[in-house]
Write a protein that binds this ligand. Structure first.
Ligand code: DC
Length: 234
């Protein structure tokens, strides 16, 4: 059996990880794993069970008990929590904030990292997007990307996505949320957001989705080329 081909995409919120991750997975015929969705699902399960943000032991228990399934292809990925489709509920900045908080708990991380490794080892390979993929979950990933952009650009993108869901969000509010989330994700003790030494860093501030996509695709094809794994080379 050939070793699965792993593409890690890390970076702060709103840098384009999910859009690019999905596209890359589709193009390469790989599984797409949205690890942020798993933290979001745990945050939702905790809120529904009345477990407080500060109860680390309670949150660890919620993470261990939660059944989280990611289903469908990259463009229509659905997230199921204990058999219920929560794909819509876990989106939005409030759910992101909840996920950012529960993700500071080491036992929650340990449980989800274990599941992510299991998912990633299955099959031909996958594209995973998150904060610690290249540094912790798959430190030996075949290709690692770190996508970033200035906070103002990320807030503008987030606001565009949010508008469809919740009216009344302001640019200032979204920017404040992004800054707060960056701070928490980058300063937590366990697996903070950081750039892996061997990651390809792309600042997407001034680039179109298409430009970033083509650049990522070239990098992946260069790395994959010699190994002749996918059969999708010309
Ligand atoms: O990518 P996202 O916005 O859906 O992630 C939500 C939060 O989950 C993020 O602010 C931090 C946390 N997270 C994490 O700690 N590690 C990951 N691999 C993915 C997400």
């Amino acid at each position: 059996m050939t070793k699965p081909f792993i593409v890690a995409i890390d970076g702060p919120s709103g840098a384009g990880k999910s859009t690019l991750g999905r596209r890359l997975a589709r193009e390469l015929g790989l599984l797409y794993i949205d690890t942020g969705a798993m933290y979001r699902a745990v945050a939702l399960a905790a809120a529904e069970a009345g477990v407080s943000d500060t109860d680390a032991e309670g949150l660890a228990g919620v993470a261990r008990r939660a059944s989280i399934r990611l289903e469908g292809d990259p463009d229509s990925l659905r997230v199921f929590l204990d058999g219920r489709d929560v794909s819509a509920e876990i989106r939005g900045e409030a759910a992101g904030r909840g996920a950012s908080v529960v993700s500071t708990v080491p036992e929650v991380r340990r449980e989800l990292v274990r599941r992510q490794r299991e998912l990633g080892r299955d099959g031909e390979g996958c594209v995973l997007d998150g904060r610690d993929i290249g540094t912790v979950v798959f430190p030996a990933a075949d290709v690692k990307f770190f996508l970033t952009a200035v906070p103002e650009a990320r807030a503008r993108r987030r606001l565009g996505e949010e508008r469809e869901r919740s009216a009344g969000r302001t640019f200032e509010g979204t920017l404040a949320d992004i800054n707060e989330r960056d701070r928490r994700d980058a300063t937590r003790d366990d697996s903070p957001l950081r750039i892996a030494d061997d990651a390809v860093v792309i600042d997407t501030t001034e680039l179109s989705v298409e430009e970033v996509f083509q650049s990522m695709l070239r990098t992946v094809r260069d790395r994959r080329g010699g190994a002749d794994r996918g059969g999708d080379e010309p």
